[in-house]
Design a protein around this ligand. Structure first.
Ligand code: ADP
Length: 825
């Protein structure tokens, strides 16, 4: 079978993560034995093609080393032998794209060339750049038949038979139109004599796949679009900054954020920043009295002493009569009716820019690899797919179905069918909206009758993690709304024994969304320091429900308390554990609070380190990460930073491994373009090995690197706990915390109904809330134990471990280690 010739383009509005898509697609395709092109300026580039009179690219740069491959045994993916891989290493135009000049002093130029052959090294270092280096555009010509005819001709000229399109719903519609029309375009070109019979046969079908690049998160059938998480980061950074000035002057700020038909950014920003009011198109306020509703809510917040007011307005916000709601209008209402000193901030294009966050590096990488898979499997009978994500799973859905469903949201809104518009959004959207109102509304009367109200104890256990305070804030706000009494236990079980127990107020937790660390103070001690005394304190404070926010120790504590129920009646209450730890080592749950913040801290640090590593000399940085006996942060961090080696406690380190690592690095550096060697990262979990320490590995690399490369080390240590929690952690915190509260209410009510004198809590009322696959699942702590490796303090199954293979594939480790590659190192 002939090699697939694949091109990738970015189209429509730019978004962070598009470069990661291009990088992943190019790399995965090369690994599969395909030849790769990038198309500059979206569809416009396809239409324009390459003028023949300019300097042609297409010849790979010559390598100074001869390469003979006899037996490429170690392969990450099928389809690429080491010889063809090395041939595809570099065409040299990646630099021109990255420089943004399109020109090279040596005469190499991109002028007049829109469909550019690229190799493995052409896309290196693209990870950390925002926007799209290959350019994007809105192409009117491509909307015309003639335009698409030229596009088809230009693709065939290069021999390209597969196309990856990354863009919004418009771009993906264009992709579908193009594919549907392709056979007739081929016929037409043949009839006109613009292509040969042979070309017509060879290019009878076009394979196409779509990836959704959009900051709005407006595509149906996928949880996240590429770039949306980064845009949310930018919005939250801005609001976090505005908060302090708003507080200082006791001002109100009305922020307009992007999102035409989709309120995702506004809603998630509202939740993560603890806004006072939001306006989104899917859930419009009543046309006749929204101003009253808003003023009532904001006044209630001011009445309890709140000094700042944040209102977020989605660009496409409407009322129930479809009248647009504008930021200026909201400002006037707040100034006139409530007398608030109000300012408007329109975030505009700052939302699009900046470095991609960790999620906008990992997801595009996984999706890019999947896109290439989908193309390789495509037949003339399969539909074009869109690659998406559902919770933690990469998905393939028919592209046109997703586009159709997306359009239905706008349609439903225009027909005032808001219920339908909401139903077309994913469950997290709906839950987040409920979450927003649960935490922002301050009722004059609690919702529950006296006999159902609880005294709720809240404790942080283990080490601090981003989102702990956000979860606590949500729990406290929910408690107050329902009529429960929230109690903070400071400093864990030790604090409980010392009576460090305080009532938490609605206003007191107001700023906690953005606070990192743990406002309550954490402690690693388990309740078995004195279980009887702990039980006595539970009784003394008459707790009806208990929520622990923390890591493996919290899980272990819950296990101990549940076992203690036999002896201590005061533990016969609903008790839950909400996993929060940067190590992400709680069994069964795929994500704990803090793990996203931590990955982002790692990405930030590693970007800076990599810069230094590239600038100095050919330097390999061995970076030590936290994570205890769990390799999550090291592995996912490696995927998010493009690290070339990762050491985890699960896999350990041995001499053979190190020998191969040295060999890989030597061959890699030997095949770098002269004077253009890159800084490279190696991530090592702090306890991956007791013997092969970070220092030892760094020294070994330095010694072995000789004239090829140098080595240094850095330890990220506690910086990984992060500063301000990431928006993802804050949103998850609110969503999960509210589910915890509902769970405890339900069990409390069931226990209250027992007619016996001493009430018994069933085993399932002591449970851990977990994210598994596409759902949030409660697991009784008694069932958790079989999934826990108690000795190593982690789960028995590590879902991310499979990504280590991908980390290695993305640096072509198997290809570089294949016999004969870079022989003269
Ligand atoms: P987005 O992809 O961000 O939604 P647009 O709607 O502007 O952005 O679409 C980007 C480009 O996709 C358009 O400029 C056009 O070239 C192409 N396109 C969109 N819709 C179609 C269509 N129906 N037929 C052909 N091309 C289309």
């Amino acid at each position: 079978m002939s090699k697939m010739k694949l091109a990738v383009l970015t189209s429509g509005g730019d978004s962070a993560g598009m470069n990661a898509v291009v990088r992943a697609v190019v790399k995965a395709a090369i690994l599969k034995g395909c030849e790769t092109w990038i198309v500059r300026e979206g569809y416009e580039g396809l239409v324009r093609g390459n003028s023949t009179d300019v300097h042609k690219s297409g010849e790979p740069h010559k390598h100074s080393h001869s390469v003979s491959v006899t037996s490429p045994r170690v392969k990450a993916f099928e389809g690429s032998d080491a010889e063809s891989f090395v041939h595809n290493l570099r065409y040299g135009d990646g630099e021109l794209l990255r420089d943004g000049t399109g020109d090279h002093p040596g005469g190499r130029t991109l002028k007049g060339r829109y469909i550019v052959r690229v190799g493995w090294d052409d896309v290196r270092g693209w990870f950390s750049e925002g926007g799209t280096l290959i350019g994007t555009a809105r192409s009117a010509t491509f909307r015309t038949h003639e335009g698409r005819l030229d596009a088809a001709k230009n693709m065939m000229k290069e021999g390209i038979d597969a196309l990856v399109v990354c863009g919004g719903d418009g771009s993906l519609t264009g992709a579908d139109v193009f594919r549907a029309e392709w056979p007739s375009l081929v016929q037409e070109l043949k009839t006109e004599g613009r292509i040969t019979e042979e070309q017509a046969v060879k290019h009878a079908h076009l394979k196409i796949v779509g990836l959704v690049g959009s900051i709005d998160n407006d595509m149906s059938m996928t949880d996240l679009t590429i770039g949306a998480p980064t845009a949310l980061h930018r919005i939250c950074e801005s609001i976090d900054n505005i908060n302090s000035t708003a507080y200082s002057h006791s001002r109100a700020f009305v922020l307009e954020v992007m999102g035409r038909h989709c309120g995702w950014l506004a809603l998630m920003a509202g939740v993560s920043c603890g806004a006072d009011f939001i306006f989104i198109p899917e859930s419009p306020p009543d046309a006749d009295n929204w101003a009253d509703e808003m003023c009532k809510m904001i006044q209630s917040h001011r009445d309890v002493g709140k000094r700042k007011t944040i209102v977020i307005v989605a660009e496409g916000a409407l009322d129930t009569k479809l009248q647009p709601i504008r930021a200026d209008q909201v400002k006037d209402i707040l100034s006139e009716r409530l007398g608030l000193d109000t300012r408007v901030t329109t975030l505009g294009h700052t939302q699009r820019g900046g470095r991609p966050c960790a999620m906008d590096r990992i997801l595009p990488t996984l999706q890019g690899v999947e896109a290439v898979e989908a193309l390789l499997e495509a037949t003339p009978d399969t539909p074009s797919y869109m690659i998406g994500v559902r919770e933690n799973k990469i998905t393939r859905v028919p592209l046109m179905e997703a586009v159709k469903m997306t359009r239905e949201v706008a349609q439903a809104i225009s027909e005032k069918d808001f219920e339908k518009a909401m139903s077309l959004r994913d469950p997290e959207f709906v839950e987040s909206l409920e979450g927003f109102y649960s935490t922002a509304t301050l009722e004059s009367e609690p919702k529950l009758p006296h006999h159902l109200r609880m005294r709720v104890a809240i404790m942080h256990v283990g080490a601090p993690a981003g989102g702990m305070n956000a979860a606590t804030r949500a729990a406290v706000r929910y408690c107050i709304r329902q009529g429960h009494k929230p109690f903070a236990i400071h400093n864990g079980f030790v604090g409980l024994l010392d009576d460090l127990v305080h009532h938490l107020s609605w206003l007191g937790v107001d700023n906690w969304m953005t606070r990192g660390g743990s406002e309550l103070g954490t402690n690693r001690k388990l309740p078995d320091i004195d279980l009887g005394a702990v039980a006595a304190k539970f009784q003394q404070y008459n707790f009806h429900a208990f929520i622990m926010i923390g890591g493996f120790e919290a899980f272990n504590s819950l296990r101990i308390l549940e076992q203690g129920r036999k002896h201590y009646p005061s533990f016969n209450i609903p008790m839950v554990h909400l996993p929060a730890t940067i190590s992400n080592n709680v069994p069964l749950t795929e994500f704990s609070l803090g793990s996203d913040t931590s990955l982002n801290a790692l990405v930030d640090a590693c970007d800076a380190i990599k810069q230094s590593a590239s600038a100095s000399r050919n330097r390999v940085f061995v970076v030590e990460t936290q994570g205890g006996m769990c390799g999550y942060i090291a592995t996912m961090g490696a995927l998010a930073t493009g690290a070339c080696i990762v050491y985890t406690p699960e896999r350990g380190i041995d001499l053979d491994m190190l020998r191969n690592d040295v060999k890989f690095l030597k061959r890699r550096y030997a095949l770098d373009a002269k004077g253009k060697a890159e800084g490279r990262l190696v991530l090592r979990n702090e306890v991956a090995s007791n013997v092969y320490t970070t220092e030892m590995i760094q020294k070994m690399f330095k010694e072995e690197g000789g004239s090829l490369f140098d080595s240094r080390s850095a330890s990220l240590g506690h910086t990984l706990q992060g500063g301000i929690p990431s928006p993802t952690d804050r949103i998850r915190a609110v969503r999960l915390s509210l589910k915890c509260m509902a769970f405890m209410e339900e069990h409390h009510q069931a226990i209250q109904k027992q007619h016996t004198r001493s009430k018994q809590a069933p085993p399932e009322s002591a449970a851990v809330i977990t994210i598994q696959g596409t759902s949030v699942t409660w697991v009784p702590v008694t069932d958790m134990v079989e999934h826990a490796d108690m000795k190593n303090r982690r789960g028995t199954h590590a879902w991310w471990d499979q990504h280590q293979e991908l980390v290695e594939a993305m640096v072509a480790r198997p290809q570089f280690l294949a016999k004969g590659v870079g022989k003269k190192e």
